[in-house]
Design a protein around this ligand. Structure first.
Ligand SMILES: [Zn+2]
Length: 319
């Protein structure tokens, strides 16, 4: 470790806390970064440090910050919250100001290519959903890693794992982020955490309860639920259902009571029962029609009104 020559004398270290769904990225001069990891006093003053939601490292690299273009001289805007690309930008600036040689430039190009690619795209997500599991129920990560990083040469692996003073594990590298991405993905999968796109807002997030956890936040879950509810209400317009139930109950009770009191018997009872049972069986189809949108709630309401008029007229005659 001590004799490894970090590119542009810069390094990045990542510590993933799967239990608390957090990650820490620190970067700066290697000896200062190592001093921080080892718990050096005031060491955080001389490094850059960001503590964020788990997955942020992958999301940084999945954004469209074109670091390779930046190296080639194009201007690239890196948002403040994109810590990983911000780090790469500093490395590039430092390398360019030190007038690096052709070979080093080529090496840097090769390693930056990964940031040019959308790492986590819809295809990856689809692929991820069909991940197989080992007999010990661990996700078989190889397929996903191959899909994600297959086209990148696994380099001579300049990534090291070191334990911090508090036992936390840090992965450290310079600009060769391929190994770090692999390490990161394997770590997430081993805890059954999977990168996904939120079905409501489209944001990348880490599914925490299962591979099929599809919404990123309570806000999105709430939004989705209220959408579902309003769709349900549209389908089951409560008003027409309530009107139907009210009329049904009224005539069911009237006919039953009149029969019990002997006010309704013989042909008249038969007639009332026939009309009422027609009403209920027809209503079944008509209510389905309203749900499917074939019948408007207003038309359904008029049909119920007609039934009531008909029954009221009959009621006057037979009682
Ligand atoms: Zn969302």
């Amino acid at each position: 470790m001590a004799d490894y020559k970090f590119f542009a004398d810069m390094c990045i270290a990542i510590c993933v806390d799967c239990d608390n769904f957090k990650e820490i990225i620190i970067y700066g001069e290697p000896k200062k970064v190592f001093r921080y990891i080892n718990g050096g006093i005031f060491a955080d003053k001389s490094i850059e440090k960001a503590e964020r939601e788990i997955g942020s490292f992958l999301f940084d690299l999945s954004s469209d910050c074109k670091m390779l273009n930046y190296l080639k001289g194009s201007s690239v805007a890196v948002p403040d919250d994109n810590v990983t690309c911000g780090y790469l930008k500093k490395v590039i600036d430092k390398a360019l100001s030190a007038r690096i040689g052709e070979d080093e430039l080529e090496w840097l190009c090769n390693h930056l290519e990964i940031t040019q690619t959308v790492l986590i795209d819809r295809d990856f997500e689809y692929h991820q959903r069909h991940i197989s599991f080992t007999p010990s129920r661990d996700p078989n990560t190889d397929q996903a890693i191959d899909y994600l990083l297959g086209k990148y040469v696994k380099d001579d692996m300049p990534m090291m794992i070191i334990k911090g003073k508090n036992g936390a594990e840090y992965a450290v590298t310079d600009v060769s982020l391929v190994s770090m991405v692999e390490y990161y993905i394997r770590l997430l999968y081993s805890k059954s955490l999977f990168p996904r796109y939120c079905l409501n807002c489209g944001k990348l997030f880490i599914a925490k309860s299962s591979l099929f956890d599809v919404l990123c936040s309570d806000a999105c879950r709430k939004h989705r639920n209220s959408e579902k509810l309003s769709r349900y209400k549209e389908k089951h317009n409560d008003e027409y259902e309530a009107q139907y139930m009210k009329v049904y109950q009224r005539w069911y009770t009237r006919i039953r009571r009149a029969k019990e009191k002997g006010q309704l018997a013989g042909d008249n009872l038969q007639l009332c029962n026939d009309i009422f049972s027609n009403f209920t069986s027809e209503s079944y189809e008509k209510r389905n029609g309203v749900r499917n949108g074939d019948i408007s709630p207003e038309a359904f309401s008029r049909w119920i009104d007609n039934f009531e008029i008909q029954m009221n007229m009959l009621w006057v005659d037979i009682k």
